[in-house]
Design a protein around this ligand. Sequence first.
Ligand code: NDP
Ligand code: GDR
Length: 380
Amino acid sequence: MGNKVALITGITGQDGAYLSELLLSKGYTVHGIKRRSSLFNTDRIDHLYEDPHVKNPRFILHYGDLTDSMNLTRIIQEVQPDEIYNLAAMSHVKVSFDEPEYTANADGIGTLRILEAVRLLGLSQKTRIYQASTSELYGLVQAVPQSEATPFYPRSPYAVAKLYAYWITVNYREAYNMYACNGILFNHESPLRGETFVTRKITRAAAKIVLGLQDCLYMGNIDAERDWGHAKDYVEAMYLILQQEIPEDFVIATGVTTRVREFIRQTFTWLGVTLTFSGSAEAETGIVEAINNARFAELGLNPDKLTVGTTILRIDPRYYRPTEVELLIGDPTKSLTKLGWKPKYTLEALIADMAAADLRLFQKDQLLLEEGFGIMNYFE
Ligand code: NDP
Ligand code: GDR
């Protein structure tokens, strides 16, 4: 048998980039679906790019969209994949309240389009399908820790769309004997995480604040608790889920939960800043209590850019969600035992990886500013 062929939707996203690297390292030919956009949107996978003029390329991109059945059907027919990883989605929970119909179309019906294309093309017994399900399905807490047996109670248009995707995947497995599985992944982060998700927003802002490029970080509900892992570990689990004898659904999590405020505190600590919280609710603030000069020197930072006593964090209710998911903590027992999945990153290592990457990124901006070049200063 020749090398396996994988098709990844959402290849330009955080997980798509890490999964592409993993599958290429295992000898796969990797096809990916990217959306047409007015600017290049392939930053995360540019290092994998192969000149399309070379013979037998192993990394191939196709234009497409989860809202376009004919396009998806044509690509699947052309590629004849052994495995499809359906990672594409409008993946921002808060934005799904602004774009509920589009979210349902892409995240819910998009999954149906892929399953149905595989069935109609006669690939049901060849092509294995991974569906990117989510811990957001648990929503309003029914029980903790959350396992494959915990009831769902979605709390956003995103989660409701993903609930449809979850069940249609189960249904196609049962109705047509397809190898189709849900990975119920808890939050996973990395230096490639989208800039408006909470962890990346924090590591980016913290790096800019210690460099004197930003004054204040504005946050929503900092008492939410999440089970955070590293995306590099989580794409390994996606791969393992499609290599089992019998198709099943798996929870992928660390089993440890942390408050957003603790993630903020630890990020600043890594950068050499002790932060204290003061006040409560919408009036809560984060104030610089101390600066570790030795750590600043080690990181090449100038302590004059930050003053003890300054308020560098405030609450802005703009970031609250109409309905919130307060607590997520996963029970990964099944994936640890059945898949033999073993995450390598602790929360501390994840924060170090992200904070170091964002510090490097903005040190480059600082150099540009010093040389008289303008920098992009947009943040949400
Ligand atoms: P990202 O937001 O980083 O990536 C989403 C990808 O989907 C991007 O490539 C995006 O393209 C693409 N996309 C969005 N809409 C469409 C569409 N209509 N048609 C085709 N492609 C589209 O997400 P992650 O990598 O973090 O997550 C991957 C998947 O896993 C998502 O489905 C997400 O909902 C799910 N998930 C994520 C978790 C996490 O913690 N990261 C946890 C559990 C589930 P573009 O680059 O052009 O925007
Ligand atoms: P989440 O991730 O909604 O869990 O969905 P996000 O990082 O956006 O929020 C986590 C928690 O932090 C709180 N929060 C803020 N969030 C953002 N984005 N910005 C803020 O300023 C802010 N302040 C507080 C949120 O209210 C929330 O409680 C992610 C996505 O990747 C989904 O696609 C995926 O399915 C789930 O993780 C598992």
